[in-house]
Design a protein around this ligand. Structure first.
Ligand code: NAP
Length: 285
């Protein structure tokens, strides 16, 4: 990497940060588009969040991605938080504009763009969906799906109170469902999403019998280590269309890159292969 004194700088803050694939992903685009810029992994302890963000802004950074555990806390440092990020309750992208800090969330965008690119013919408006999980990623997924016009979204989580809280935050089209009822709820759904960590390398498998899942349903897994999870393999065996979770990671990076470096980047097969080439189990963003 050779940088001029005018290089555009951005990075990702998290604690820890060594697992993050974002530097590799943005680094690919910087090289591909010949941009005089750098994107750095920045380990920021929770108690240093404010001084780090303000210091990087004052040092001339264009902005930052924000990952675990800072996505909620960083909202308090923003002068402006866009509507999607407010609904999700978390910010993953900061853009510095002079002194002003703009916060947004590209996880919902990344999730839906991944599905739309992989299956352009899928109509989200005709059948209910089932979302497994109610953790940090689930809220972005739920917001994306309701915005895409899903008539009903069942949210099914091991800890019922998290599903109930998430559904209550999202309005009448979102409904909580007991974890024990996940298999029977598959009848009639047009979309099944796993946003739990089950099925990820080093975690227990997702225990779900797909007998009632319609063969025309679209099935996607946020877990992308392994790329083809047990859920996706079983759904494919039933004839369902499946979409892996790596595309969400790649697409969520697009808005930040464009804001900081001035180029709308493309998600390509070469990018997928490059990011896959550095696979370490665990972590997101
Ligand atoms: P999180 O906030 O820790 O939530 C974990 C979720 O998994 C919760 O719903 C939790 O249920 C559930 N869960 C964990 N162990 C379980 C078990 N034994 N049985 C049933 N449910 C269990 O994590 P997150 O940030 O939402 O991330 C979830 C997954 O998505 C991770 O694998 C992450 O790597 C992946 N992810 C991928 C992308 C992408 O770009 N593809 C983006 C973000 C996240 P409880 O509420 O009951 O604990």
């Amino acid at each position: 990497m050779s940088l001029s004194g005018k290089a555009a700088l951005a990075g990702v803050i998290g604690w820890p940060i060594s697992h993050s694939r974002s530097p590799r992903l943005h680094g690919f685009w910087l090289k591909a588009y010949g941009i005089d810029g750098a994107y750095l992994p920045l380990a920021v302890a929770p108690e240093k969040l404010e001084s780090a963000v303000l210091g990087l802004r004052d040092a001339g950074f264009r902005g930052l991605n924000v990952t675990i555990p800072h996505k909620e806390a960083v909202m308090a440092l923003c002068d402006q938080v866009d509507e999607t990020a407010r609904r999700i309750g978390a910010v993953n992208t900061l853009v510095f504009d002079g002194e002003a800090i703009h916060g947004s969330n590209s996880d919902a965008f990344g999730f839906i763009e991944n599905l739309k690119e992989a299956v352009p013919s899928h109509d989200f408006t005709t059948a209910p969906g089932l979302l497994l999980g109610a953790g940090g990623a689930a809220k972005a997924v739920a917001v994306a799906l309701l915005d895409a016009g899903l008539p009903e979204l069942l949210i099914c989580n091991r800890s019922p109170e998290r599903a109930e809280r998430l559904a209550a935050d999202l309005g009448t089209r979102a409904k909580p469902l007991a974890w024990a009822r996940r298999a029977e709820a598959l009848a009639g759904v047009g979309l099944l999403v796993n946003s739990t960590s089950l099925g990820m390398t080093g975690h227990p498998p997702l225990d779900l019998v797909l007998d009632r899942l319609p063969a025309g349903a679209l099935v996607t897994d946020l877990v992308y280590t392994p790329l083809e999870t047990g859920l996706l393999a079983a759904a494919r065996a039933r004839g369902c269309v499946t979409v892996d979770g790596l595309g969400m990671l790649l697409h969520q990076a697009r808005p930040g890159f464009q804001a900081w470096f001035g180029v709308a980047p493309a998600v390509t097969a070469a990018l997928r292969d490059f990011v896959l080439g550095d696979f370490v189990p665990g972590g997101d963003g």
